[in-house]
Design a protein around this ligand. Structure first.
Ligand code: NAD
Ligand code: FE2
Length: 354
């Protein structure tokens, strides 16, 4: 069976395209509720905040992403929006990195679907279309702008709300918005994309569709992280989009699976967690890891060392359980007999090196 997958129907790309946001939204200002802009609070005192095209009745919510998004945070934001105005908003516009893009997706879904965000963690549990939603990345690499998931940490699990309704209706890709990202964050999020490409291209699920997008994305990542180009932000923005398209029709692999373990037990954020894990995975992705180290050296990135060193036996076992729970990722990496190739002891040995 082949997956008949939906993608984001409308995309605007280019430097300064953010200036067209007001015009894009105008066509959607039909219902009587206003627009709700969800902006990463890193922009609280920056120029971008003043450029948000607010009309009367619209709202601007500043969100904090020091922790990766939790289902309880989504529930609180939805309650705040409903308390402020009983009408359903005309649209939700998320502006920020992967975490903010995920928050905005989840809020748009929960405004039309009853209950808690935690009720929908899984696959195709959402029953009703979301409020119209627009995603505007200010950090590139996760592919959250084009994915059909919003990754959330709930009371019991870290799992996405995966559904066709999760996809944005519109994305605005303006490379100018990447200016001002600190180098280490730019690198970690960019490496998320590089690792998507390597894991997709070396996976057993690979097909020409994923390969076409993955190869182009990898080429762009090399230009961004190993060469000098004045338009590197434009390149990284497209690399992120193409990397996301590549994994949409294949899968990620060992690095993502192990990084979920790190993230669940230690609260390590996605981009940096992927880098810590990837740096120990020569036995799976020798060439990719060697090139990744060249990229680290070029940008003078120093990864945290021995993050799992002080963990208890129970914590290590929990990490192994989380990592090995991601069966499709291991199957993509190692094939159908992955369970024989990746016994618990091997996964634990890999994690203990990180
Ligand atoms: N939905 C998906 O398909 C998907 C895929 C991968 C990762 N994710 C999620 O994405 C999140 C990671 O996203 P991320 O790596 O983009 O980082 P992020 O959104 O967590 O942001 C990282 C930091 O960068 C700051 N920041 C963002 N834009 C900035 C800018 N222009 N200038 C200065 N600072 C800026 C943020 O305030 C934050 O402090 C995780 O929560 C992860 O679970 C989602
Ligand atoms: Fe990722």
């Amino acid at each position: 069976m082949y997956r008949n997958f939906a993608i984001v129907p409308r995309i605007i790309f280019g430097r300064g395209s953010f200036n067209q946001l007001d015009e894009i939204l105008a066509a959607r200002r039909t219902s009587d509720g206003g627009m709700v802009f969800i902006l990463d609070d890193v922009f609280q005192d920056r120029e971008l905040r003043g450029r948000v095209p607010l009309h009367e009745g619209d709202r601007l919510l500043l969100v904090n992403v020091d922790d990766e998004p939790k289902t309880s945070y989504i529930d609180a934001l939805v309650a705040e929006i409903k308390a402020g105005d009983s009408r359903v908003p005309a649209g939700i516009i998320g502006i920020g990195g992967g975490a903010t893009l995920d928050i905005a997706k989840a809020v748009a879904l929960l405004l039309t679907n009853p209950g808690s965000a935690a009720d929908y963690q899984g696959w195709d549990l959402i029953k009703r279309p979301a409020v119209y939603k627009v995603g505007i990345p200010t950090l590139s690499g996760t592919g959250a702008e084009i994915s059909r998931t919003t990754v959330l940490t709930g009371p019991e699990k870290k799992l996405g709300i995966n559904s066709d309704y999760t996809l944005y209706d519109q994305i605005v890709l303006d490379p100018e918005l990447l200016a001002g990202v600190p180098t280490d964050q730019w690198f970690y999020t960019g490496m998320d994309c590089y690792i998507h490409d390597v894991e997709s291209l070396q996976g057993t699920y690979l097909n020409e569709f994923s390969k076409a997008y993955g190869e182009k994305s990898l080429e762009l990542c090399r230009q961004v992280f190993l060469e000098e180009h004045p338009d590197r932000d434009d390149k990284l923005m497209m690399a992120s989009y193409f990397g996301g398209m590549s994994i949409a029709y294949s899968q990620v692999g060992a690095c993502h699976a192990l990084s979920y373990g790190l993230s669940f037990v230690l609260g390590i954020h996605h981009g940096i967690g992927c880098c810590i894990a990837f740096n120990q995975l020569d036995e799976f992705y020798a060439e990719g890891v060697a090139e990744f180290r060249q990229m680290m050296a070029k940008h003078d990135i120093r990864l945290p060392q021995q993050v799992t060193a002080g963990l208890s036996d129970d914590q290590m076992e929990q990490m192994v359980t989380v990592a090995l729970g991601l069966a499709p990722l291991w199957e993509n990496c190692l094939g159908k007999n992955w369970r024989e190739l990746m016994p618990r002891e091997r996964a634990r040995r890999l994690l203990s090196r990180m």
